[in-house]
Design a binder for this molecule. Structure first.
Ligand SMILES: Cc1cc2nc3c(=O)[nH]c(=O)nc-3n(C[C@H](O)[C@H](O)[C@H](O)COP(=O)(O)OP(=O)(O)OC[C@H]3O[C@@H](n4cnc5c(N)ncnc54)[C@H](O)[C@@H]3O)c2cc1C
Length: 476
């Protein structure tokens, strides 16, 4: 019995071996490795975190590959049509907290007319939430983000590889020895000294057995959304309506809540969102975040597909609602729907240090801070959004150890799957902090290669001083 189990394990281990042939059975498949590559640092996932990680790893001398399943960079910020950059400033809007590679990107985009600076986005404008909570919502152009991040990667020497879906990793002891990708060309194998998981879902970490928490730990996850853009909105009319409502103290009117209620009663509003959520873009179009579904597992392709289909059906009705009920939107038309479902949460890995809600509330100090931010915590629960303001202008810090998964010595994790309690992740999962996490992970991975020590053993003071030298705001 033992021997036959051994034989089965050996057969399974042989799957995906270079040059192996195609032995298919009902529950396993052996595929041929058609290409092999090596690098110092392999970043998987080209969203905000992966972009920051790859650029900074390459800039610090590591031979870096960035593997991404889509045909562009940006992840949620481009393929998901998610915009604007959520706040990257102190709550009073006076100090930019997320700097470094994020600020550099924003400055390059501004020079092309593709972004406004977060410090120029003030409460009371359509580019920022209108009445409370959010200075610094930096509007940006999706195409400019795609193009500029590609240019920054290429200039840094990152080897970009699109259309690679990570599917498997080999592990020896506490080290990953290779990653495998499904491609049109068969299976590609990439070996690296260090791996950075920026998939948003912690795909590599989960594959190599890092413990994680899924959503609320009881199977529940935040709502998913399909973002879309519309054209033909009369922004001036909406701004006038908005100002009138603020003057009258008419909160419900300001957010068109009565119109939504009336439309819902008439069977003409399909989503549970109870407030209008339109964000003005630089080219006069508006990004809309109002199509929403619950109980969708972002790791299950069929559920994701169904939610995308449902989202686009909702969008058709929401555009009709906007035209019929919302002053200023009478002539709006659908411009584009996102290619990719907006998944707010799946896995959060168990890290060497898990940032707690109390840590964030109390702005706790750490010996190894990598960036600070001041985002509020918004959890999109079934039927409503729970919004927890921190009620202080003080930022909170994220330590390097939150990027280090337990049990694997040559893996870092950055982005919305890093090591933080759920409410903290609800604050730091927005785009600017993801860039900051990526910058820290990429810099650390390169230092690790240069110094010949694993990421967990790098000199954290060297990491901090390197991040500071690269423009990261770390006053602590
Ligand atoms: C509905 C919604 C609304 C939001 N609103 C805002 C907002 O207004 N402002 C804001 O700043 N933030 C907002 N956010 C949060 C923000 O968009 C994301 O949390 C953030 O962009 C995550 O960045 P990331 O790099 O961790 O992941 P992603 O942007 O998800 O990037 C992950 C990348 O990895 C790739 N990938 C995944 N798996 C694999 C694999 N196995 N192999 C290869 N590649 C893979 C993906 O294609 C993707 O490019 C919102 C998010 C959602 C879902």
């Amino acid at each position: 019995m033992k021997n036959s189990i051994k034989a089965l394990a050996a057969a399974l281990a042989a799957t995906m071996m270079a040059g192996s042939c195609c032995n298919n059975s009902s529950d396993s498949v052996t595929l041929k490795v058609t290409r092999e590559m090596e690098c110092d640092v392999l970043v998987v996932g080209g969203g905000a975190a992966g972009i920051g990680a790859a650029i900074c790893s390459a800039r610090h001398g590591a031979k870096t590959i960035l593997a991404e399943r889509n045909g562009c960079l940006g992840g949620m910020a481009t393929s998901g049509l998610v915009a604007p950059f959520m706040s990257s400033t102190t709550p009073d809007g006076q100090t930019l907290l997320i700097r470094g590679v994020f600020e550099e990107l924003v400055d390059r985009m501004i020079a092309q007319g593709g972004a406004i600076h977060p410090l120029d986005a003030k409460i009371g404008t359509w580019t920022a939430f209108r009445d409370k909570g959010h200075h610094g919502l930096g509007t940006f152009d999706y195409e400019c983000l795609k193009r500029t991040t590609e240019q920054m990667c290429v200039e840094a020497g990152v080897d970009l590889m699109y259309h690679l879906l990570f599917v498997k990793a080999d592990k020896k002891g506490d080290k990953i020895t290779a990653a495998y990708f499904a491609t049109k060309d068969g299976i590609w194998k990439i070996k690296a000294k260090n791996y950075i998981d920026c998939t948003g879902d912690g795909d590599i970490a989960a594959e190599v057995g890092v413990p994680y928490v899924y959503g609320d730990g009881e199977g529940g996850v935040q709502a998913v959304s399909v973002f879309f853009t519309v054209r033909g909105v009369d922004g001036k009319a909406m701004a006038r309506h908005n100002e009138d409502c603020i003057r009258r103290g008419d909160y419900e009117g300001q957010w068109y809540m009565n119109e939504i209620k009336a439309a819902r009663e008439a069977g003409e509003f399909p989503s549970w969102r109870n407030k209008i959520a339109l964000f003005e873009n630089l080219d006069g179009s508006y990004t809309v975040n109002m199509a929403q579904s619950d109980d969708v597992d972002g790791l299950d392709p069929k559920q994701v597909t169904d939610a995308e289909v449902e989202g686009r059906a909702q969008i058709d009705k929401i555009v009709k609602f906007l035209r019929k009920y919302v002053k200023g939107c009478e002539n709006c038309t659908l411009d584009a729907t996102a290619d990719q479902l907006g998944v707010r949460e799946t896995r959060r890995i168990e890290a060497v240090y898990t940032v707690t809600t109390e840590d964030a509330k109390n702005s706790v100090s750490y010996p190894d801070p990598i960036f600070c931010c001041a985002n509020h915590m918004d959890i999109h629960r079934k039927g409503y959004v729970e919004y927890v303001a921190r009620n202080t202008n003080d930022p909170f810090y994220i330590p390097y150890r939150a990027l280090l998964p337990v049990g694997i010595s040559n893996l870092l994790v950055a982005g919305r799957c890093a090591g933080a309690e759920r409410p903290v992740m609800a604050a730091i999962r927005v785009i600017p902090p993801c860039f900051a996490m990526g910058q820290a992970a990429g810099t650390a991975a390169a230092i690790s290669v240069a110094d010949g020590v694993c990421p967990q053993n790098i000199d954290s003071q060297k990491l901090i001083s390197t991040l500071r030298a690269d423009g990261v705001y770390l006053p602590q």
